[in-house]
Design a binder for this molecule. Structure first.
Ligand SMILES: *[C@@H]1O[C@H](CO)[C@@H](O)[C@H](O)[C@H]1NC(C)=O
Ligand SMILES: *[C@@H]1O[C@H](CO)[C@@H](O)[C@H](O)[C@H]1NC(C)=O
Ligand SMILES: *[C@@H]1O[C@H](CO)[C@@H](O)[C@H](O)[C@H]1NC(C)=O
Length: 155
């Protein structure tokens, strides 16, 4: 029996995204080898830091009862910008498991847009693009691990 209180969660968002104009996205999304670093490894591209970022990654609780909590995780481009590739995970900020990749995403509704991958040591714990066409908006449902209490963030 576990207790999951939404009050123990604090959601914050870090962005590690690439400026669309200068990056080429792999057509079929991020390979599992990139799970930990999340840095594009192809075409000699490096992360492009922009402040403020032209993208918004935000999360909100969409279901919360005594047994289940679910989050809506949405990435969108601001001011008419677009993105081609993306890679989204939840990471722990808590104790022994700090920086662990957490939870799982629900199956993706539109398989043209995205698919889930299994980063070590979980299942469906990261979402990445399917096609490198320009996008303005993607949204996922994410489930925290049943035994998790603490802080986490989406990246
Ligand atoms: C990102 O979008 C959310 C939801 O629309 C909004 O509440 C938040 O203020 C936005 N953050 C930034 C930095 O624009
Ligand atoms: C919590 O919500 C889930 C999903 O809707 C549902 O399956 C479950 O029965 C609910 N649990 C309780 C205790 O209401
Ligand atoms: C998630 O949030 C986005 C942006 O606010 C919204 O368009 C979408 O309908 C939401 N999805 C769910 C399942 O609530």
């Amino acid at each position: 029996m576990f207790r999951l209180s939404i009050l123990n969660y604090s959601v914050s968002v870090l962005l590690l995204l690439d400026k669309t104009a200068k990056i080429q996205s792999l057509v079929y999304g991020t390979p599992v080898e990139n799970c930990r670093s999340m840095i594009p490894q192809h075409d000699y591209n490096l992360p492009q830091w922009m402040d403020p970022p032209p993208y918004n990654l935000s999360a909100s609780v969409i279901l919360s009862n005594t047994t289940t909590t679910q989050f809506n995780v949405t990435l969108f481009a601001k001011h008419g910008a677009t993105f081609k590739g993306f890679f989204i995970q939840a990471r722990s900020l808590t104790g022994d498991r700090a920086d662990a990749i957490l939870g799982s995403f629900d199956p993706v509704e539109d398989s043209r847009i995205a698919h889930l991958i299994n980063c070590p040591v979980g299942a469906n714990n990261a979402a990445t693009h399917n096609l490198n066409s320009p996008k303005r908006f993607v949204t996922f449902v994410w489930n925290p691990p049943a035994d998790f209490e603490g802080k986490f963030y989406f990246v």
